[in-house]
Design a protein around this ligand. Structure first.
Ligand code: F6R
Length: 637
């Protein structure tokens, strides 16, 4: 049984918290507390009143509650539930409603009585909303108040849909959604413009009246706001900070949501550290960045005045600086496939075998060039046998209009050449009609999915051609988990692992590059990575696998922390231009990618900014000044 690892309260922390070993162990610990409340109340013949949340965070809790119901006979007949919120306007039978979410993810699997379930009604006419909200508060009071309120947290610090600026006294009411919330919700509605702009939410005052509050947050995207909530000042701009004032609140985090907390990020400021090489490197880089001084210029006084006196006690600042400087220097190489005939004892990659078979996995059809286009070009230029494997079709990210354009091309081409024009006319008509009646965010027809997937395939082929990757080495493995036709994908399955393993076995690579979004608990990149991990586990005893390095690049959104980088590949100004042109081959993603996230820049702009920022960081630490750098972390499997 997995256990949570730390319950203690550290310096700077104003809310008690637990960092769970995994999301699933965190979810289980929370579900256990809910189950204990229900059982206690059963013994005294009382009702347990639960405040419930939706979103991705509580799913693990609901899964465990369902398991407890099925395997351990936990009954929910003495439970009254009140959900936090609902979009407005929203029909309960819509796939995106929270009514639907709760039914699918919890209620239909347990024995809660339907009359005991309360969810704000997004379908009440606007002139009745106020009455409805008033009544909702009354119902909570009549039930005796909430015993345990379950909460997730938005990246902007919202709890429920109490957006930044909400009053701490607020009660259930109609609110406008913050732009950050709308962006985050767009993954369920496909496009931002389909997300309702309002919601009915319990107020902060309502939440604070709950006798106990349990909050959970998983994944790196929540790390910053969690630091604000746990260590920052109480302020309305970050509504969750008010939980510091609640007498009985507990927060569950996974290691990534906790990563910005002082106890993890700068443990030397919190407690006496047991120094190892990794921690020393982190501390030196932190000090150098904080003082904006190159590593080699840091003095003993700098260390002493920033809580790091114990770090230099054994080694002295001078030796420590040099050692860390060298370890950073060793990560830089212009030879990502190794340098033939060179001494490789201080290089990230081996000189031999040479040339290498390099296998680049790209979750979507453009991640390869966006995240490691410069390195890909170098590998090809330096004579390695480069294979690229596109893991999914990426069809969901193609706009309807693009599909229509290509169908129009097919129709016109067939007419011009007299090539069964009737068939292509019919295809075009089907697509035109389909889009006319398509509801926002609805699933595409198989034909439309096919066309959208082929558009992206053509773009990936063009980018590979541009980079000099041979056609026979371009692989489209279409992992089945992705092909749901919807934004929501299936979990990783055996068939996914099989297609990856088969390809690895066929290529027998000396090095593999993969999108290493270890810190993101959701999403396509994570599933694609898990498939690679599982496939490599299976193949690890094959003789040709013994010497295969696995390099992880980060996805389009973020870069590795500098202390995590094992290989830094410099990109010259000309190479950066070539990389940009390779990204431009992905035309369907250029003007308005369907999932831009909260950064509205185009992918090539983000990617260049990120590669330049990494180069600048190396420069500021006192290393050579490059135009741009792509970064990789070696993963030992
Ligand atoms: C959900 C709710 C929201 C979410 C928050 C986190 O009922 O009120 O406050 O808890 O937006 O969402 P996820 O868990 O999807 O990251």
């Amino acid at each position: 049984m997995e256990t949570a690892i730390d319950h203690s309260r550290k310096t700077f922390e104003k809310i008690p918290l637990t960092i769970a070993e995994s999301i699933s162990s965190g979810g289980k610990a929370i579900a256990r507390q809910i189950a204990d409340l229900i059982l206690d109340k059963q013994r005294t013949g009382e009702m347990a009143v639960l405040g419930l949340a939706t979103g991705s965070s509580p799913l693990v809790v609901y899964q465990e509650l369902i398991r407890l119901h099925k395997d351990e006979n936990l009954s929910f007949r003495n439970v009254i539930s009140f959900n936090l919120d609902e979009y407005y306007p929203m029909q309960g039978n819509s796939g995106q409603s929270y009514v639907h979410f709760m039914h699918e993810n919890l209620f239909r699997h347990i024995d809660i009585l339907p009359e005991n379930v309360h969810i704000p009604d997004g379908s009440v006419p606007s002139d009745h909303v106020q009455d409805f909200c008033h009544k909702y508060e009354q119902l909570i009071n009549e039930a005796g108040g909430i015993d345990i309120q379950l909460l997730g947290i938005g990246r902007n610090g919202h709890i429920g849909f109490n957006e930044p600026g909400s009053s701490f006294q607020s009660l259930t009411r109609l609110v406008k959604l913050d732009p950050v919330t709308v962006t985050d919700a767009s993954k369920d509605f496909v496009r931002e413009e389909f997300v309702p702009v309002m919601a009915i939410t319990m107020g902060i005052g309502t939440i604070l009246r709950a006798r106990r509050v349990i909050m959970m947050a998983w994944g790196e995207a929540k790390a910053r706001v969690i630091r604000e909530m746990i260590e920052g000042d109480v302020r309305e701009q970050i509504p969750a900070t008010i939980l510091q004032m609640h007498p009985r609140v507990h927060v569950y985090l996974d290691q990534w949501a906790a990563m910005e907390l002082a106890r993890i990020k700068t443990p030397w400021l919190v407690e006496v550290c047991r120094w190892n090489d990794e921690l020393k490197k982190r501390a030196v880089i932190w000090l150098s960045r904080r003082l904006q001084k190159p590593v080699l210029k840091l003095t003993s006084d700098d260390y002493k005045h920033h809580g790091l006196a114990d770090l230099i006690r054994q080694e002295g600042a001078y030796d420590l600086n040099i050692r860390i400087y060298h370890s950073l220097q060793k990560t830089i190489t212009g030879w990502p496939g190794g340098k033939k005939h060179a001494d490789d004892s201080e290089r990230p990659e081996r000189a031999l075998p040479w040339p290498k078979r390099s296998l680049i996995f790209s979750p979507h059809p453009d991640d390869d060039v966006i995240s490691m286009g410069g390195t890909l070009l170098r590998l090809v230029d330096q004579g390695h046998e480069v294979h690229v494997a596109y893991q999914t079709s990426g069809n969901i990210a193609v706009a309807d209009d693009e599909a229509l354009r290509f169908a129009g091309f097919l129709r016109d081409f067939s007419q011009a050449t007299d090539l069964v024009p009737k068939r292509f006319q019919a295809i075009h008509q089907h697509i035109e009609r389909f889009f006319e009646s398509k509801l926002p965010g609805a699933e595409d027809s198989p034909m439309v999915q096919l066309i959208k997937g082929l558009i992206r395939r053509g773009e990936a082929e063009a980018a590979c051609r541009f980079c000099g990757v041979m056609e026979k080495n371009v692989h489209f493995i279409n992992m089945p988990f992705y092909e749901t036709g919807k934004v929501k994908k299936n979990p990783l399955g055996e068939a996914d692992i099989q297609v990856v393993a088969t390809l690895v076995e066929k290529v027998k690579p000396h090095q593999i590059f993969a999108a290493g979004d270890l810190r993101d608990p959701h999403g396509t990149h994570r599933v694609c990575l898990d498939a690679i991990f599982a496939a490599l586990q299976r193949l690890r005893d094959k003789p040709w696998m013994k010497d295969c390095y696995l390099w992880l690049y980060r996805g389009a959104w973020q870069e590795w922390d500098i202390e995590d980088i094992d290989m830094a590949v410099p990109i010259s100004p000309e190479e950066l231009m070539r990389k940009r042109n390779a990204i431009f081959k992905h035309q369907s993603q250029k003007d308005s990618p369907v999932f831009p996230g909260d950064d509205k820049r185009e992918f090539w702009q983000r990617s260049e900014a990120r590669n330049r920022a990494t180069a600048l960081l190396y420069d500021k630490l006192g290393l050579a000044e490059y135009e741009a750098i792509e970064a990789f972390k070696r993963y030992y499997y």
